[in-house]
Ligand binder design. Structure first.
Ligand code: HEC
Length: 339
């Protein structure tokens, strides 16, 4: 079966492409991606009833035969998502990245309804229909599952997780750190793009790309774990990762209502994403957020230590390795968009 026009109700995406020949202007040679849809828990092949690609233009050709699939005309160096649909399973979204070579043997997991039910009851949650589930695979630098990552080190805003799977992929309700399987579960993840939140004094830093989450869908992704000092984050999200910094780090106490920061600095940092974005980016263009010289942005310099000190009453960011400082810096370097 060949598909050129794909719609996903779950992701509210419709995308069509009619270009059948590669752009003659570019010398990019399209790649072929082959793989199989498998059950997340057992690894057994599962016949897919639909595969939907998103995040890639033009869309590749999808050829699906039972559990096997072949994508042709995939743009080289592309990263995209595939939503796999199969009977008795939750629609499951995986992230795929290709270089300039053809790839085969990719496995797209689908999570069975019964496994989701057993996890939910073991973890004592009643998953909401209008939120998603994230299954995160913690891996070390060599790509091996990473045990011992503490629950206190990371979370996804708006969820109660993380919950952990044991070495045999079964729920470990009492676990407070990852097992040798490296698998982590978050229930009730708000729909939209999501990212991990990590505190200041974490023992491990997890690099996870921004993930699309949809109602009733399971999103599967890898998180690269490194010890100690934070690695530079990427794909920083304003709503999920920047806005929460201002309450978590105590900025809101002064930058709201009658607080000194609002009264003297004329800066309000509460009220949600839209007003905060307006205050930071639009209100004083190039000052609070400086796209040309990100390190000179007042949102970074005011709460940091300087010699000589500026007029800001507190030093909140311990230095340029502070994880929240780095998130803000990268968000500005990435264009300070309201994502
Ligand atoms: C103890 C109260 C307090 C806290 C906590 C605080 N601020 Fe401030 N902030 C102020 C005051 C007072 C000013 C005005 C200083 C001045 O005019 O020199 C200010 C000014 C600023 C400005 C400059 C605004 C402008 O456009 O001129 C920025 C940006 C800022 N703060 C960001 C932050 C951030 C981000 C945090 C948290 C990481 C934070 N502040 C925490 C009190 C505070």
């Amino acid at each position: 079966m060949l598909v050129r026009c794909m719609t996903s109700a779950a992701l509210a995406v419709t995308a069509c492409t009619f270009a059948s020949t590669p752009d003659p202007e570019s010398d990019a040679v399209p790649v072929v991606v082959r793989g199989q849809v498998v059950d997340f828990q057992t690894g057994a092949a599962v016949a897919a009833t639909d595969l939907t690609i998103s995040g890639l233009a033009p869309l590749p050709m999808v050829d699906r035969q039972g559990a096997s699939f072949t994508l042709t005309d995939v743009a080289p160096n592309a990263a995209f998502s595939i939503l796999a649909v199969a009977v008795g399973h939750r629609s499951t979204l995986s992230q795929v990245a290709v270089t300039t070579d053809d790839v085969s043997g990719i496995t797209l997991p689908v999570v069975s309804d019964s496994f989701v039910t057993s996890l939910a009851s073991a973890f004592g949650v009643a998953p909401s229909q209008d939120k998603g589930i994230v299954l995160l695979h913690l891996l070390d630098a060599t790509g091996k599952p990473r045990a011992g990552v503490a629950a206190v080190d990371f979370t996804i805003a708006g969820t109660a997780g993380p919950h952990f799977l044991d070495a045999g992929m079964m729920p470990a309700a009492a676990a407070t750190s990852s097992s040798s399987s490296g698998w982590v579960v978050f229930f009730d993840v708000p729909a939209g793009l999501t990212g991990l939140s990590q505190g200041v004094s974490v023992a491990t830093t997890i690099d996870m790309p921004a993930l699309p989450v949809a109602a009733g869908v399971v999103t599967v992704a890898d998180g690269k774990v490194s010890d100690g000092a934070p690695v530079l984050p990427s794909h920083v999200l304003f709503g999920a990762q920047i806005v929460p910094i201002f309450s978590a780090r105590g900025c809101v106490a002064c930058h709201s209502a009658n607080g000194a920061g609002k009264q003297q600095g004329n800066l309000t940092l509460n009220g949600g994403g839209n007003p905060v974005y307006r205050e930071l980016v639009t209100e004083r263009p190039g000052i609070r957020v400086n796209l040309a010289m990100p390190e000179k942005s007042l949102v970074l310099t005011m709460p940091s230590r300087e010699v000589p000190p500026d007029g800001h009453p507190t030093v909140v960011f311990t230095g340029p390795r502070d994880p929240d400082y780095l998130k803000l810096l990268v968000w500005i370097r990435e264009g300070a968009v309201q994502n």
